[in-house]
Design a protein. Structure first.
Lengths: 162, 101
């Protein structure tokens, strides 16, 4: 049963990711991206990372995806229905991506990965929080400053009459 | 589902699809969606190694940092895209190739 759900989520993620890059309608691409992000959150849960899955739902779906949809709405005339766009260089891009994907597949299947399995954690939030405030305190503070700077910069850039 | 390779394969496919999007899309926002797919593929790898590679919770922390970076990147990129649209009235990345208006 769990295997079935896993393969369903995997197929769901990959199919909607294909829709993101192949669809002609920009808004449909954004909606397909939402489903991809949902699928990735499901994979995180299979990997026992429930906190990361929750953050994925909150930040990616609640933040980034909404921001992307806002961007689409602001940069196209909503009254005109043509939000479509065509891809260029499909042949070259497809060959490069498929070739790269095959190389990755070969490398992954030929490598003997170290079998250091972790034990299933009873809860993850406390462990992640402890690590963030001890071992990774400096990167945590640095990235908070980076986020602040990036948001101020974005607000400054998109101001009227800049 | 109890095999590291499955997750790495899914991440590899997501990465290749994201790369395809970045190469072929003409619309700036669609290129940004390809970048998001690539970042998600990297994140799946981090979390998969945290379960199967003995990385434990350090992998989760790295995934969280990547998510924060993606948020910052999306905010700045969309601000730039909106500026380009205001100046050039198009967000076609081929039109925005010159450094001056």
């Amino acid at each position: 049963m769990a295997d079935l759900i896993f393969w369903f989520i995997a197929a769901f993620t990959i199919l909607s990711a294909a829709l993101v890059v192949l669809n002609n309608q920009l808004l449909y691409s954004a909606i397909a991206l939402l489903f991809t992000l949902f699928g990735v959150a499901g994979l995180y849960i299979f990997l026992w990372a429930d906190f990361v899955a929750g953050i994925q739902l909150l930040v990616y779906i609640g933040g980034i995806n909404v921001l992307i949809i806002f961007g689409i709405m602001l940069t196209n005339k909503i009254s005109s229905v043509r939000l479509s766009q065509t891809n260029v260089q499909q042949g070259v891009g497809g060959v490069v991506s498929i070739w790269f994907c095959l190389i990755l597949f070969l490398t992954i299947s030929k490598t003997s990965w170290f079998g250091e399995y972790s034990l299933e954690p009873t809860e993850t939030v406390a462990a992640v929080g402890t690590l963030l405030l001890t071992k990774y305190l400096l990167p945590f503070e640095a990235i908070s400053l980076l986020l602040l700077g990036a948001l101020i910069g974005a607000a400054f850039l998109s101001r009227e009459g800049n | 589902m109890d095999n590291l390779n499955n997750y790495l394969f899914i991440a590899a496919i997501l990465f290749s699809l994201g790369m395809f999007g970045v190469i072929t899309r003409r619309n700036g926002i669609a290129v940004l969606m390809g970048v998001e797919l690539i970042l998600n593929a990297a994140n799946i790898n981090f979390v998969a190694f945290s379960r199967f590679g003995g990385m434990n919770f350090d992998g989760h922390i790295f995934a969280l940092f990547v998510i924060v970076l993606a948020a910052a990147e999306a905010a700045v990129a969309l601000a730039i895209v909106i500026n380009i649209y205001n100046n050039l009235h198009s967000i076609n990345v081929d039109d925005a190739s010159s450094m001056s208006e």
